[in-house]
Design a protein around this ligand. Structure first.
Ligand SMILES: Nc1ncnc2c1ncn2[C@@H]1O[C@H](COP(=O)(O)OP(=O)(O)OP(=O)(O)O)[C@@H](O)[C@H]1O
Ligand SMILES: [Mg+2]
Length: 518
């Protein structure tokens, strides 16, 4: 076998991808990309939505075949044709979209496809032990015989990671693994990643949370429009320079707004409350709360994951049926447990979970985008094709959705761009009150700034907004008032000068003390 010219063991990277090209109809997703990962390194792959991060990782893990280029793992040429083959080579992956089967048990999801068999039958005792061991590596104890969908998305994500972490793995690939985890869970995951790194694994990490990038990475590689921009040691690469490289801009010209530091334009119209919810609650989900939102006002829901933010949103919109209280929008009663009634009254809800409640993968961008409007107009006032196209084009433009045209299947868009279509769906319906549940999850910094600007704009035009984000700083920045939630109950409100991240955290912390301290 021909050896590469005199590689000393330390200088041979664990992974070396060179000249990778991947062409999709109408899009060159990767255009000659080089990417290297060393042993014992956590390497973040950064870039705007549609830059090609997921595609590069899918080429690596055998989901897509490349059109050109070479891949070496440990100096050996590899060409996996499926994730299973990649796993056989020692590459384990957690994809951006959780790919588990919600109806199966946790144990089944972890061992699926590689069960221990005895006499041709699956040995469930062994499988459960295997699942327990995999979860223990993540410091996680679950009832592995419970069905996966009985756990939160965050836990499901951890299960996906446990599944990927198989013993022979030398390279672990994580595409946005933290987008549904709360701070504590992220800390736990990072602890595990550092341990694996110290064991000599190479780890590739993709996220849009810049804080996390700087917490965990040794090295940062930036892609832009399917091309390599460069590779930097994280310690020598400033935040502002990273953002500039991602946007293809000169760091000196970057404004604070794009770096995510500017306050929104403060327009607060004090008029009679548009949304009034009185003692809205549901046993086991949310203790009864009162909510009021005025026209042109943004109410933030602050709290940690599991605090009841999403539960409140779902009760307001009628996705779950309240067992107490009532909701009125602009004087019109919204019927309990009936989203259709909420939509008719002028409410919109952009959900946090785009895979389950959000996108319809088989439909085009245009079809996905007009859904809410179509349902608001009803069967008899259908929107003509030309009007649909005009609408789709307008929002593709306004939100900078990266797609060659509106007819592309939404499942072929990058994750962040799917999120933007979901948001456009509700904007197009022009609701008088829009609930935004994690609207910036999985969205790059540039688009985040665009979306936050859009929220400020909607507000200025009189739309009321209920805003949920696990990035507390984002909630503080965009909201006029913040309702703090903890353990599925409202803790009170922050406004004016008291509306700060510290105040929010202090509230939550003191509530926890009361609970545990007695
Ligand atoms: N299966 C596919 N068919 C056609 N085009 C695709 C497919 N997958 C990705 N693309 C296109 O390739 C480009 C790169 O997408 P990719 O998913 O790699 O982006 P990304 O960097 O992961 O973005 P994000 O941060 O939004 O996840 C995009 O223009 C996308 O629309
Ligand atoms: Mg992606």
């Amino acid at each position: 076998m021909a050896q590469p010219p005199q590689p000393s063991p330390e200088s041979t990277p664990l992974l070396s991808m060179t000249g990778i090209v991947k062409q999709f109809p109408g899009v060159r997703a990767l255009d000659g990309v080089d990417f290297q990962v060393r042993r014992g390194e956590i390497h973040s792959l950064m870039g705007q939505n549609g830059a090609g991060k997921s595609t590069l990782l899918k080429v690596l893990t055998g989901v897509y075949t490349r059109d050109a280029g070479q891949m070496l793992l440990d100096g050996r040429v590899i060409s996996p044709r499926s994730p299973l083959e990649a796993q056989g080579e020692g590459i384990s992956t957690v994809y951006q979209e959780v790919n588990l089967i919600p109806d199966l048990s946790v144990a089944e999801n972890i061992v699926l496809g590689r069960q221990t068999q005895r006499f041709g039958f699956i040995d469930w005792r062994a499988a459960r032990r295997q699942a327990d061991a995999a979860l223990a590596r993540l410091d996680l104890q679950l009832d592995v015989s419970a069905s996966l969908n009985s756990y939160s998305i965050a836990i499901q994500q951890m299960v996906a990671i446990a599944r990927a972490l198989d013993e022979e793995c030398s390279l672990l690939v994580l595409d946005e693994p933290t987008s549904s985890l709360d701070q504590q869970e992220v800390a736990r995951l990072f602890g595990v990643l550092r341990r694996l790194r110290d064991d000599g694994l190479g780890i590739v990490f993709v996220t849009h949370f810049l804080d996390q990038v700087y917490q965990i990475s040794d090295t940062i590689t930036v892609l832009r429009n399917g091309r390599l921009v460069g590779e930097w040691p994280a310690a020598e690469f400033s935040r502002i320079e990273l953002i500039a490289r991602m946007l293809g801009r000169d760091p000196a010209s970057l404004t604070e707004a794009e770096a995510g530091a500017a306050p929104p334009s403060p327009v607060a119209a004090a008029e009679a409350a548009r949304l009034v919810a009185h003692q809205l609650g549901r046993r086991g989900q949310l203790q009864p709360v009162d909510v009021e939102v005025g026209a042109g006002e943004v109410l933030g829901l602050g709290g940690l994951l599991g605090s009841g933010r999403t539960e409140l949103a779902r009760l307001l919109f009628g996705l779950d049926r309240a067992d107490s209280g009532r909701v009125e929008l602009a004087g019109r009663a919204v019927r309990r447990g009936q989203p259709r009634s909420a939509i008719a009254a002028g409410m919109g809800y952009s959900s946090e979970d785009r895979k389950v409640e959000g996108i319809i993968p088989e439909l085009s961008v245009r079809e996905n985008l007009i859904l809410a409007l179509a349902s608001k107009r009803g069967l008899w006032r259908r929107l003509g094709r030309a009007a649909q196209e005009a609408l789709a084009d307008r929002y593709i433009q306004a939100l900078g959705i990266a797609t060659p045209d509106a007819e592309k299947r939404i499942s072929e868009l990058s994750g962040g761009n799917q999120q933007k279509v979901l948001l456009a769906r509700w904007l197009a319906a022009e609701p008088s009150l829009l609930i935004l549940d994690e609207p910036t999850r999985g969205i790059d910094v540039g688009a985040k700034a665009e979306i936050m600007a859009l929220v400020a704009d909607l507000k200025a035009r009189g739309m009321s907004v209920v805003f949920i984000s696990s990035e507390l700083e984002e909630v503080v920045r965009s909201s006029d008032r913040i309702m703090v939630l903890c353990d599925r109950a409202a803790l009170g409100e922050l406004r004016g000068e008291s509306k700060t991240e510290q105040a929010m955290l202090a509230r939550i912390a003191s509530a926890h003390q009361e609970v545990s301290g007695g």
